[in-house]
Design a protein around this ligand. Structure first.
Ligand code: FES
Length: 368
């Protein structure tokens, strides 16, 4: 996944090991970063080495992680952390390509209204900035050596992990047929459009359709409308026999699962906003005791615990905010919580309650 260390990196590594024997890692990091911004004892950091517009309101950042970053597979996400106005903010972004041979990676970020991190990366991040970076996570990866025909369904920012898979397969000579359907409201919002068209021209096995929901289609590779059975039948006649990978907002993923769940050989989905919630009459407040700090809070039922705790001024660790990365997981020793993605209720004590996708149903005791 990552490049072999260079002779300089190996020398640096020996140097850091010797120096590290004489001082604690944070002190080592403080002085090492005066020599080079990403030299650390063990903390994975990545330096911004490229910042290019990708489409209307979107930017592609090229990052060079240091040698402590364990890597990520095409289709996976990483947590990036920046200090914004004095506060550390972490969000998850998908790699938009496999890790380069020299260790560089790229992520494409769309600015979200009110999105602190995305606006920062879009408007304020500069070449030379340094971000904390976490290991790759997520299930939207291709099994090694598989040659089944595939259908990729992307909506909005959901293109980024699927673009990484398209680039991975293109680098392998497109070993099996792939059809990519990519939705956006307007033509200007499509990222990678030129490259996707060039790849489709070069690889007979790759078919790309740009699907517009706010403009009329105008070219042979454009279509119009939201996802439904008629559109899939018209564009991908054999979709029922394709392994299907989908990424997009919750409403889009819910529609994909309704249309294709149990009807295709494999369906892997990832939603970057919550799925439409099953109806639940979770109103009022409950008492939540934070065992480590001894605080007792009144928190609303029906609201993700992460949001509710942040509204009280707490800062639990978080990353993807969609139940994938596990960063927010904490212990629950008493009480019942509801998984907001599925509506299921967990009454058992657990070491790993995901605060970003669970709400309090009864009084709770959390290991915070
Ligand atoms: S923040 Fe990623 S699982 Fe909760």
């Amino acid at each position: 996944m990552s490049a072999l260390p260079s002779p300089q990196a190996r020398r640096r590594s020996r140097l850091t090991q010797v120096a590290g024997a004489f001082m604690p890692p944070p002190v080592f990091d403080f002085w090492a970063q005066r020599l080079h911004p990403t030299w650390t004892w063990e903390r994975p950091l990545a330096r911004v080495v490229g910042h290019m517009p990708a489409a209307a309101g979107a930017v592609t950042l090229t990052l060079r992680p240091n040698r402590h970053w364990p890597g990520a597979l095409p289709g996976q996400h990483v947590n990036l952390t920046a200090v914004i106005d004095g506060i550390r903010v972490t969000r998850s972004y998908s790699l938009d390509a496999p890790v380069h041979a020299d260790g560089r990676i790229s992520v494409t970020v769309k600015g979200v209204d009110g999105g602190r991190m995305s606006r920062h990366l879009l408007e304020r991040a500069r070449v030379g900035d340094v971000l904390d970076i976490g290991p790759g996570f997520g299930e939207l990866v291709l099994p090694a050596g598989a040659t089944s025909p595939r259908l990729f369904l992307a909506a909005g920012s959901g293109i980024t992990p699927l673009m990484a898979l398209v680039r991975q397969l293109a680098a392998q000579g497109m070993p099996a047929p792939v059809t990519l359907l990519y939705w956006a409201r307007t033509r200007a919002e499509f990222c990678f459009a030129e490259e996707l068209r060039a790849l489709a021209a070069r690889h007979a096995g790759l078919d790309v359709r740009f699907v517009l929901t706010g403009e009329m289609p105008a070219t042979d590779d454009e279509a119009g409308g939201r996802i439904d059975a008629a559109l899939l039948d018209a564009v991908v006649a054999d979709h029922a026999r394709r392994q299907t990978y989908a990424c997009g907002p919750g409403g889009f993923i819910a529609a994909v699962e309704t249309l294709l769940g149990g009807r295709v050989p494999l369906l892997r989905t990832e939603a970057f906003t919550p799925l439409p919630r099953p109806p639940a009459d979770d109103t009022g407040t409950v008492s939540v005791r934070l065992a480590r700090s001894g605080r007792e809070l009144q928190l609303p039922r029906g609201t993700a615990l992460l949001d509710a705790l942040e509204a009280e001024g707490l800062k639990p660790r978080s990353g993807c905010r969609m139940g994938i990365c596990n960063t927010c997981a904490c212990g629950k020793s008493a009480g019942a919580a509801r998984d907001l993605r599925t509506g299921t209720v967990g009454e058992e004590s657990t070491h790993a309650l995901k605060l970003c996708v669970n709400s309090a149903l009864t009084d709770l005791v959390l290991d915070l």
